[in-house]
Design a protein around this ligand. Structure first.
Ligand code: UGA
Length: 433
């Protein structure tokens, strides 16, 4: 039997994935969450977030006696074995000022501070401003406990795969011995290791996410140029991507980037830059280019409805911020849908993972149970999330349900030939006509 050594506080997609994957690597893990209902469900092996492979890993870990769930951060100390490493995986949402809200981290630290055994390593996985590890050490006020920064680079929907096949592991701390103890937990993964100080590890996470956002804003601007110049963005990005310094990944144009991470992290780093006196106008441009992307998508909808959104009926395919998740946080699809409603359109939307109950009535968006219902009597259809099932719809039937003929495909996800054979007018992004 292994001694129980690892605690994970927070059972969201980062915490639960971390807990289940560390258990699958052979560690003994206790995972805590404040939500007693969520803990009860997890004990029944019910995973209510959409993460490929996660339910199976949770079931395996529990069956092997390497994974258990407790209520509240202090719950981890009720277990007989000593916690040696405690991961913080709690939310750090955007506060109204744009900065990261650290109250969840602060509250966990004040709850557990006195209960940590001497020599415990506290690991922060949440995305936090540079200096948070040092701040956490001060808040804990314990010379015998080190706070280590070990940012996660998991994508929602593919978090288990990303955890088990990481491009790199980044671990930073003032005490290199503590950093190495954390790095050793991942040794079986064989990933490149960056051992550094805490502030460099913390900044690495923002630097990576903001670079990804910049790459997308860049490619969306290139797509707009392609439309003006008669070029094809698919060929342009393919040609760019073969350059190893650029790479093919993260070059797909779309309705703008969203989700729970990139929008929040770009805003937070912008704040950090401003308060540090650094002119990071490149990051401001990354954000404003994305906001303009939503305007461009709304303009395409307007054009598809004959120049006027007032009174138009628009069918939307997709509401989640990307395929593979039901997450609506900062979803470009939802931002666009609300804008269409504000401009007087009737919006009827379908998303395979977003049920009607999730949206409040104030959104004014009519959420329906299938793509056919979204298409019925719509003057135009817009694809906003790249769910595979949208490609394999019966497009002849969809065409017969629409009152208009235009399909605006904001992700170049559909097969234009199939749509054209069905008598539809496919309008993608980044294609000059
Ligand atoms: C992002 C990062 O990719 C992860 O590395 C990071 O760990 C995570 O944030 C986080 O900080 O926790 P995620 O928010 O799950 O992951 O979403 P992405 O897959 O990065 O997609 C972000 C947005 O970019 C989505 O709206 C997506 O549709 C859009 N996107 C992505 C494109 O428009 N084109 C692309 O080629 C790729």
């Amino acid at each position: 039997m292994f001694a129980r050594r690892i605690a994970v506080v927070g059972a969201g997609y980062v915490g639960l994935t971390t807990a289940a994957c560390l258990a699958s690597l052979g560690h003994r893990v206790v995972c805590a969450d404040v939500d007693a209902g969520k803990v009860a469900k997890l004990r029944r092996l019910e995973v209510d977030i959409l993460e490929e492979g996660l339910p199976e890993l949770v079931a395996e870990g529990v069956a092997a006696g390497r994974l258990e769930f407790v209520v509240g951060a202090s719950g981890v100390f009720q277990c007989p074995d000593q916690v040696e490493v405690l991961f913080l995986c709690v939310p750090t949402p955007m506060s109204p000022t744009g900065a990261a809200d650290l109250s969840a981290i602060e509250s966990v630290l004040s709850e557990i501070g006195d209960q940590l055994a001497p020599g415990t390593v506290v690991v922060n996985k949440s995305t936090v401003p540079v200096g948070t590890a040092a701040l956490a050490e001060r808040l804990l006020g314990r010379a015998d406990v080190t706070v280590v920064s070990n940012p996660e680079f998991l994508r929602e929907g593919t978090a288990v795969h990303d955890f088990l096949h990481p491009d790199r592991i980044v671990v930073g701390a003032s005490d290199q011995n503590a950093a190495e103890r954390v790095a050793a937990l991942y040794s079986r993964l064989g990933a490149p290791l960056v051992l550094t100080d805490a502030q460099s590890a913390e900044l690495t996470k923002y630097a990576a996410n903001c670079f990804l956002a910049m790459k997308l804003s860049y490619v969306n601007a290139i797509a707009e140029l392609c439309e003006q110049l008669g070029a094809d963005v698919a060929d342009v990005t393919e040609g760019m991507g073969y350059d190893h310094r650029i790479g093919q990944a993260f070059l797909r144009p779309g309705p703008g980037w969203g989700g729970s991470c990139l929008p929040k992290d770009t805003m937070a780093l912008e704040q950090v830059a401003a308060s540090s006196g650094v002119d990071f106008s490149l990051l401001r441009a990354t954000i404003t280019t994305n906001e303009r992307q939503f305007d461009l998508v709304v303009a395409k909808a307007r054009e598809a409805c004959g120049g006027e959104l007032e009174g138009a009926r628009i069918g939307l395919l997709g509401l989640a911020f990307k395929a593979g998740t039901g997450d609506l946080r900062s979803s470009p699809a939802l931002i666009v849908a609300r804008r269409l409603v504000q401009e007087g359109a009737t919006v009827v939307a379908y998303d395979p993972q977003v049920p009607l109950a999730v949206l409040g009535v104030t959104d004014g968006i009519d959420v329906v149970a299938d793509a056919r219902s979204a298409a019925k009597d719509a003057s135009a259809l817009m694809l906003l999330t790249e769910w595979p099932e949208f490609r394999t719809q019966d497009w002849t039937e969809i065409a017969s349900l629409l009152s208009g003929t235009t399909v605006v495909d904001t992700r170049n996800h559909l097969d234009p030939e199939v749509l054209e054979r069905a008598g539809l007018d496919w309008r993608g992004v980044g294609l000059g006509r």
